[in-house]
Write a protein of this length. Structure first.
Lengths: 295, 462
């Protein structure tokens, strides 16, 4: 395997008193051993079994030899500084990177022991099982009803109009949106507030009854109240779905997730129980990040 | 001095004013400690000087040039002795042309009445005077404007606001020119149309089913009463346009979908310009392609399957015209499809929709207004197209629903009515204006309808 080592700059091992002068001093260096993740990256009988994953954008290596298991019905949070590859890695899980021409994925990625990147694999079926919610709410410019009914319609999940109505209602209820919109299901979704739009997107994703929901910074465009609602929703959904959430907010990761994975420049540095990561991180880079020294 | 010489001179002076004001503003700023102590940047002082020197001078020049001729003419005509004063309009223009011919030296003054020769002399001297006055006045205004602006280069004066306001005025003027021209065209057509309806009843024009615009040149001519029913022309136009759109809309739209959603970057880089080249081929070339290749081919095929086809057919013209307008549909649609935000595409794909489902359910409705715009542009091109129809569909105004027949269109008839030697007040030539007016109204209604449809079905993304 590739034994290339990356050199990462860190201020974590600077003595307390010199930290103030960190921009003057030559920073100390921390070495990440590639492919080595501290903590508990592996699990038994996982939902996703990801081994030696590498992602390239053209020549650039965005994800460097990451191995990780994601358990059934767990909420795992990906944190790390901007550009560390957490979103790229997330998008591998339902092959959303396919639409980027220059993107190549190497390694073994399995969902329930089936290869995700098998050329014979039906992407439609994969994405029906692994839903996704994006950073910016992206409701279709259609009615609220049609947004939620979109997935069930294309997958033929409802035989009758009444079945479809039931799916729409239960999805909106699960997303905590039903009471707010039940009287205006025919209104355009683009007229809703940002927080409502994002919950609508979550309702849209769970309307196709996925097993996994991927969330790419779902609250970064929302105000604190809307964020709190979405977080409550994640907690409720975790009973029936596996949830992978990318977030820039460490409080959010701490609030919603069981395990937290810390990414750094394309490396997976540390994976541990969330409480452990935020109270006693094992890796010094993780510590630097969660204590706000960079990122 | 001639207007043509005066114009560049004014512009040169404006440039000089620009340079002087620029230097002046820097010089003013120097003792204050640099240009940041001026209210505006030197560019604005300089631009204001250029505008103040050029714009009033150009306005005066334009006014002078447009009224000069009329005023001089009136003075000259007024100076004629009573016995030579013209009695009618026709006589007046005859006298006037005599005077100007003498003045231009084309006519020997000895051959005309003495009054006329005198008037010619007056005309000459007035023209010379006017030209001199004009040059002096315009240059004076230019210099004065520049000088005024130059004295107003002061640190506390905000030239930027003046310049912005003036520029806004210039932009408005440019926008207004296009609109006023359109209004002007409409009015000129309206007057001729009204005159036409004085000769041919409007009901016959709108509902007549026979078109044969041969009016008798002499009273004793037989067999050419003229028939001015537009219905055959409009059915011809609509049939050919419909055939063209039936070809262009599916092919154009689907190729746009291919280019924007499926084609790889290198393929797109080659195919898109090639497709756009179709719009650049002169219509005459399409015309003989239609007349010499497509029309005979259609006739042969029709004969093969036992149909009768004329050698010039609506189908041939429509098919070739359809090819011609493909790029209007494909290129514009491609642009608007690409403009649909990636987030919508990703949202649909992430729900497990295929590429074509995403296209049909999300991207197409969002891009509909732009696509409709492209189709409308293509349709107006098809309705207005003349050359292909002349060559491939013929001139016979048949009222028929058979695309294998030869038909003619409104625009083709306008061309044939107005080319060649024509009397400009016969019903035949005036009919061209009425046709133009009707075509204008019809396309306007089509546009309004299309906009209504778009507004109803569009799915607006922000």
């Amino acid at each position: 395997m590739n034994t290339l080592n990356s050199t990462i700059t860190s201020e974590a091992n600077l003595p307390e008193e010199t930290r103030a002068q960190k921009y003057d001093d030559k920073p100390a260096e921390t070495v990440i051993e590639e492919g080595r993740t501290v903590g508990k990256p592996l699990a038994s009988d996982p939902k996703f079994k990801l081994r030696n994953v590498e992602v390239f954008y053209g020549e650039a290596r965005a994800i460097k030899n990451i191995s990780l298991d994601i358990g059934r019905n767990e909420v795992i949070a990906f944190i790390g500084p901007s550009g560390c590859g957490k979103s790229t890695f997330l998008r591998c899980l339902n092959r959303m990177n396919d639409s980027i021409d220059i993107c190549r994925v190497k390694g073994s990625l399995q969902l329930d022991d089936q290869d995700i990147y098998d050329p014979k694999r039906d992407v439609v079926e994969l994405r029906a099982r692994v839903g996704m919610v994006f950073q910016k709410p992206n409701p279709f410019p259609k009615s609220i009803y049609d947004n939620v009914a979109y997935g069930p319609r294309i997958h033929g999940l409802a035989n009758r109009k009444s079945d479809l109505d039931d799916i729409v209602e239960s999805s909106l209820r699960k997303a905590g949106l039903w009471d707010e919109v039940k009287d205006r299901l025919d209104a355009s979704a683009t007229g809703m507030s940002g927080g409502q739009q994002q919950r609508l997107c979550i309702a849209r994703a769970i309307a196709v009854s996925p097993e996994v929901v991927l969330m790419d910074e779902p609250c970064s465009a929302l105000d604190p109240i809307a964020t709190a609602k979405v977080e409550e929703l994640i907690a409720e959904l975790s009973a029936s779905y596996t949830i992978v959430i990318v977030t820039h907010s460490m409080q959010q990761a701490a609030r919603v997730s069981n395990r937290t994975a810390y990414f750094h420049l394309g490396h997976l540095v540390e994976v541990n129980d969330t409480t452990k990561v935020f109270t006693s991180p094992e890796h010094e880079l993780t510590e630097s990040y969660i204590t706000g020294r960079f990122g | 001095m001639q207007t043509a010489n005066l114009l560049p001179l004014v512009l040169v002076l404006a440039v000089v004013a620009y340079g002087l004001a620029y230097m002046r503003s820097r010089a003013v700023a120097e003792p204050l400690g640099g240009i940041r102590n001026l209210k505006s940047l030197p560019f604005y002082y300089a631009a204001r000087a250029a505008l103040w020197s050029a714009i009033p001078a150009l306005i005066v020049l334009a006014l002078w040039a447009s009224f000069e001729g009329k005023v001089i003419q009136n003075v000259v005509m007024g100076s004629l002795p009573a016995d030579l004063a013209p009695q009618s309009e026709g006589q007046a223009s005859l006298t006037l042309s005599q005077i100007s011919n003498v003045a231009a030296g084309k006519l020997d003054p000895a051959l005309v009445p003495e009054g006329i020769a005198g008037a010619a002399g007056l005309l000459d001297s007035l023209r010379a005077q006017s030209s001199q006055f004009k040059a002096i006045l315009v240059l004076l205004i230019t210099v004065l404007g520049a000088a005024f602006a130059w004295t107003r280069v002061m640190p506390h004066i905000n030239a930027r606001e003046n310049v912005e306001r003036t520029l806004r005025g210039i932009f408005f003027f440019c926008a207004a020119v296009a609109i006023l021209t359109t209004i002007g065209i409409v009015f000129s057509v309206i007057f001729e149309t009204v005159r036409f309806f004085g000769k041919v009843p409007i009901s016959e024009f709108l509902f007549g089913t026979s078109w044969s615009p041969q009016t008798a040149l002499r009273a004793d001519q037989v067999g050419s009463d003229g028939a001015f029913g537009v219905i055959p022309l409009f059915t011809g136009t609509l049939m050919i346009s419909a055939i063209a759109l039936l070809v262009a809309v599916p092919i154009g739209l689907l190729s746009a979908v291919y280019l924007s959603e499926y084609a790889t970057r290198p393929v797109r880089a080659v195919v898109k310009p090639l497709l756009e080249m179709l719009a650049g081929v002169p219509t005459v070339v399409y015309g003989f392609f239609a007349a010499l290749t497509v029309a005979p081919f259609i006739r042969d095929v029709a004969e093969l399957i036992g149909l009768e086809a004329s050698s010039q057919s609506a189908l041939a013209a429509g098919l070739v015209m359809g090819i011609m307008i493909i790029p209007f549909v494909s290129s514009l649609s491609d642009d608007v499809i690409n403009a649909v935000p990636r987030a919508l595409r990703d949202g649909s794909l992430a729900l497990g929709a295929t590429q074509s489902e995403t296209m049909k359910n999300v991207i197409f409705p969002a891009a509909l207004p732009g696509i409709m715009g492209g189709i409308l542009l293509a349709a107006s091109r098809a309705i207005g197209e003349t050359m292909i129809v002349v060559m491939a569909a013929g001139l016979a105004a048949n009222l028929t629903g058979n695309p294998l027949d030869s038909v003619t269109t409104v625009t083709v008839q306008i061309v044939t009515l107005l080319t060649g030697d024509q009397e400009f007040d016969s019903a035949k030539t005036l009919a061209a204006f009425a046709l133009g007016m009707l075509l204008f109204i019809v396309t306007l209604i089509l546009n309004v309808f299309a906009l209504k449809i778009v507004r109803k079905y569009r799915e607006q993304y922000d």
